[in-house]
Design a protein around this ligand. Structure first.
Ligand SMILES: C[S@@+](CC[C@H](N)C(=O)[O-])C[C@H]1O[C@@H](n2cnc3c(N)ncnc32)[C@H](O)[C@@H]1O
Length: 387
């Protein structure tokens, strides 16, 4: 069945709390900004009559703000690792007649510390993030706090339920509705053993230097160097040629850290849309260079707000997933932004999955693209911004 559209042509979520016009970030007119699990959860809250008098709500991992907007007349705190998700929430609050700061959000990786009366959790893609969040939750739950998680059934496994059971207490799941499920959790106050194992770390040996790379819970490839990143590290541009280097979508910062080591005189800019990525990159950079090097760390959507024609090298291992969906729109946006911030003669060097055909995209954008290296799965490509 087609979803209703508003007067402005946006998709509208119809739930017992009202009708809400919602968009995604990045914008995608074809895809909805909420899923059946959001609808199930909002219907359930209405059935059990959670109303504003039930006090403070904490919402975790609300991808585009659907839950927080529908519940914005409650005192709501929304925690999200993604600044794109936070921007979607602000946009959707405004579109539905609220001020953009109606719902409080986290300014960094830390969790709120005040007690909450109801916690709503959307199951994140990274199980490690869920594990970390469940430990952090123990500090804000009181004996009557309701804990309800929601997700698409395909993303809820035995291992997901085990986390709830071992960290918080007895856990039950509902029947599936439109392929989504709710997880209902009772806090067992006697379960207090253990703590979050994140950030965790691995050792990386490059030339004769060993780096200890720490990774906060939401990070891509937390326990080892990703094969694509490794191929890029093995095929970095020649040392000591660059003055201003950007690591875009830096994750834990490994690519930029090695670029900094190869170019001791260069200033470094690390950018990622994830708070936990930037916290990891900053800590890893400080461990690698102590106070001897300065660098800038930005949580933002790509290179938004970064000066044009200013950098001479941009390095990218582009994302392939956003939340639970897959595509190359973000990679394309990153390539365009990289071209904008490069000086004439500056280089974009990337690694990507062979099947994504980034070569033709870069050729179209820069007018040139050289294959530097490849293996059965990945390819390292270089494009130069023409004068
Ligand atoms: C494939 S990972 C690469 C991480 C790291 N550079 C490496 O090679 O190990 C892609 C990174 O892009 C980040 N990312 C995704 N969308 C982004 C956006 N719009 N702006 C900035 N970073 C983004 C993700 O958070 C993730 O850290």
């Amino acid at each position: 069945m087609n979803k209703p559209l508003s007067m402005t042509g946006q998709k509208v979520m119809l739930v017992p709390q009202g009708e809400f016009e919602l968009v995604r970030n990045p914008r995608d007119e074809l895809l909805q900004a909420w899923d059946a699990a959001d609808e199930f959860l909002l219907n359930h809250l209405d059935e059990i009559k959670v109303r504003s008098r039930h006090g403070k709500l904490l919402i975790l991992n609300d991808a585009f703000g659907a839950l927080a907007v529908a519940l914005a007349n409650h005192p709501v705190y929304s925690w999200n690792d993604s600044c794109l998700a936070q921007q979607a929430l602000r946009d959707n609050l405004l579109a539905n007649g609220y001020p953009s700061d109606q719902v409080k959000t986290n300014p960094g990786i830390h969790f709120p510390t005040v007690a909450v009366d109801c916690v709503l959790i959307k199951i994140p893609k990274a199980l490690a993030l869920l594990e970390h969040q469940l430990y952090a939750l123990r500090r804000v739950l009181h004996s009557d706090t309701r804990i309800i998680a929601a997700g698409m059934a395909r993303n809820i496994h035995r291992s997901t339920l085990n986390l709830f059971e071992t960290i918080l207490g007895p856990t039950a799941t509902t029947r599936a509705r439109k392929k989504s499920r709710l997880i209902l959790v009772e806090r067992d106050q006697s379960l207090n053993e253990g703590q979050s194992p994140y950030p965790d770390s691995y050792e990386l040996q490059v030339d004769r230097t060993t780096y200890r790379i720490i990774n906060h819970a939401s990070l891509f490839c937390r326990d080892r160097l990703d094969r694509g990143s490794q191929l890029l590290l093995e095929n970095m541009p020649a040392a000591d040629r660059f003055r201003r280097i950007v690591d875009l979508g830096c994750g834990n910062g490994v690519i930029g850290i090695i670029a900094a080591a190869l170019n001791p005189g260069a200033s470094m800019l690390f950018c990622d849309e994830s708070y936990m990525a930037i916290a990891s990159a900053e800590e890893n950079f400080q461990n690698a260079f102590a106070r001897s090097r300065a660098a800038t760390f930005r949580v933002d959507d790509g290179l938004q707000g970064v000066d044009s024609d200013h950098h001479d090298l941009v390095l990218i291992n582009p994302p392939f997933h956003q939340q639970h969906s897959v595509g190359d729109a973000t990679a394309w946006q990153m390539f365009k932004q990289a071209r904008r911030v490069l000086t004439a003669g500056g280089e974009l060097r990337i690694v990507g999955n062979r099947h994504l055909a980034y070569h033709s995209k870069l050729k179209k954008l820069f007018g040139n693209c050289e294959t530097i290296a490849s293996d059965s799965k990945f390819v390292v490509l270089s494009s130069i911004k023409q004068k």
